[in-house]
Design a binder for this molecule. Structure first.
Ligand code: BGC
Length: 540
């Protein structure tokens, strides 16, 4: 893989706690993940993203870090971490971690010292105020739980600033010591061999009165420093921004800062397009997405470990998506929906395939969320986002083959849902069945890898005379791929305006079937939710 390896890569998000339990304590761990690396290689994954594995009181599942340079004892040791990296690299897999820059746990020794002693060297590691009305233009993100971004701390007698839970005090990036400290954290993990980071909650590092306190110039300046430092000391490592912002607001993050950023606004629009049976939302957001620099790439995803966030849609669109995808209030959380992919799509295999077909072919690198390759379900009766973090379903054995612990000891119940239960939905069963979703996903990943146009190509929409049919061409060097997708649940005709491509011969990528040569107006009929990938060849 080249220096721009991330452009061709398939990413896979691993929740270590829920992946595989090697020691029978009811919780997944690093040795467990090592034992399952071959599964990921077989799936065709190139890079795994580990959710936080730091020591933590786990009030936000590890995003409340109490030691940035350690491993949570439930997960194993630093030696296990090193072994994971070695074993992954040995198999050609890259590994990125989660760099939680913005905040730490209120149980972190820095905060414990800062709150209890005004003279503490860590006092200025946090943002304190006597005035809880400061920065009032900053929105509250965890709006179901927190009323304010300030919390009064009785020990220090002052308020401290936090963009997330009150137990996650924000670090004060105006303090150069904090900046250096966090650069040191990045160094620590990169020296151990990590291939980069998904950087958590990037926009919120600095606060300034009269602003939204998001994506401030100071934040960009810090990330530029971090990137320059990494580039100067390591090769081939990447930074990926978790910045839930509009595409145009992400452009500065690509300027000497991140190689990748998640495309947050595209994701809900894929769900909208599917429900409304029109390509419009997808086309509009991609037309609004600016060109990004050469070495940069979008991260595409359908679901992740959080709620399906609806921050990057209008109020009317949010109401629509809630109504269509989360009728039961139990399914809603903050400004989002806490459900997994398959149940969101009513368990429809065709819809799941269609969305994967787009995920794997639109401009960017796809991120799969563990278990979605099986069509795992969720449990909306668990608290917070725990319902999308239930144990990986490996087999029909006790505890879904995830753990040998007594079932009552598991960190979370396994799915016993009538449709998504582990006895029917698991790796072992799906490995056996040729028609399973798992084997289909594997085939599609392989098919994607037959061309670099998906990861690197330019995108041009193709007019289809049917708003229910999305078509586009991806072009990279000499390779051209035509993608046609029917967003409707009924059969649809499409008349594709092939323009300069007329005269080329389409060869369907998965089955290699050769289609009639393209004409200026090329007629295709598509089955319900069907999508096709064609390689365009020049007839000899
Ligand atoms: C992570 C969440 C986490 C939050 C606070 C995010 O954006 O994805 O899981 O709760 O940051 O760290």
């Amino acid at each position: 893989m080249s220096d721009h390896w991330y452009k061709d890569a398939i990413f896979y998000e691993v929740y270590v706690r829920g992946f595989f339990d090697s020691n029978g304590d009811g919780r997944g761990d690093l040795p467990g993940l090592i034992a399952k690396l071959d599964y990921l290689v077989e799936l065709g994954v190139d890079c795994i993203w580990l959710l936080p594995t730091y020591p933590s009181p786990r009030k936000d599942d590890g995003y409340d870090v109490s030691d940035f340079v350690g491993v949570h004892p439930e997960y194993g040791t630093l030696a296990d971490f090193d072994r994971l990296i070695a074993e992954a690299h040995h198999r050609g897999l890259k590994v990125i971690g989660d760099l939680v820059l913005n905040h730490c746990s209120s149980e972190h020794p820095w905060f414990l010292s800062a709150r209890s002693d005004p003279a503490s060297p860590y006092r200025d590691y946090f943002v304190w105020s006597d005035d809880a009305t400061q920065y009032k233009d900053a929105r509250v993100i965890f709006s179901d739980t927190e009323r304010s971004n300030w919390t009064y701390d009785a020990v220090s007698g002052r308020h401290y600033w936090h963009r997330f839970y009150a137990h996650q005090p924000d670090l004060n990036f105006d303090n150069p010591k904090v900046q250096d400290e966090m650069m040191g954290v990045a160094d620590f993990w990169l020296r151990r061999g990590l291939d980069g980071f998904r950087c958590d909650a990037v926009p919120y590092l600095f606060e300034r009165e009269g602003t939204s306190c998001e994506s401030l110039p100071e934040t960009h300046a810090f990330v530029k420093r971090l990137r320059a430092h990494i580039d100067a000391n390591f090769t081939g490592r990447i930074l990926i921004a978790e910045a839930n912002q509009w595409p145009e607001d992400l452009v500065p993050y690509f300027d000497g800062e991140f190689q990748m950023a998640f495309h947050f606004p595209l994701m809900p629009r894929m769900f909208m397009a599917l429900r409304q049976e029109t390509k419009k939302p997808i086309v509009e957001i991609l037309q609004r997405t600016p060109q990004i620099q050469d070495g940069c790439q979008w991260g595409l995803f359908l679901r992740n470990h959080d709620e399906l966030t609806l921050e990057m849609v209008t109020d009317a669109e949010r109401d629509y998506l809630y109504e269509e995808y989360a009728k039961d209030p139990q399914m809603r959380l903050n400004a989002g929906i806490r459900r997994r992919l398959s149940p969101l799509l009513g368990g429809s295999r065709r819809r799941v395939e269609l969305l994967h077909g787009l995920l794997l072919s639109l401009p960017g690198s796809p991120f799969l969320y563990y278990g979605d390759e099986l069509g795992m379900g969720d449990n909306v009766y668990l608290g917070d986002r725990d319902g999308v973090r239930t144990p990986m379903q490996w087999s029909s054995d006790v505890n879904a083959g995830f753990s040998r612990a007594e079932p009552a000891k598991l960190y979370s119940p396994v799915s016993m849902d009538a449709v998504y239960n582990y006895q029917s939905i698991n790796v072992e069963v799906q490995n056996r069945s040729e028609a399973s979703l798992l084997r289909w996903v594997r085939r599609m990943i392989r098919a994607r890898k037959t061309t670099r146009a998906f990861g690197r190509g330019a995108l041009a929409f193709v007019e289809t005379e049917n708003e229910r049919v999305l078509a586009f061409v991806r072009t990279y060097e000499k390779e051209e791929v035509l993608v046609v997708a029917n967003l409707s649940r009924f059969v649809q005709p499409a008349s594709l305006a092939m323009g300069v491509h007329a005269g080329k011969r389409p060869r369907e990528i998965v089955g290699e079937a050769v289609f009639p040569v393209l004409t200026e107006r090329y007629f295709l009929s598509l089955g319900p939710h069907a999508f096709y990938w064609f390689r365009l060849e020049t007839p000899t």
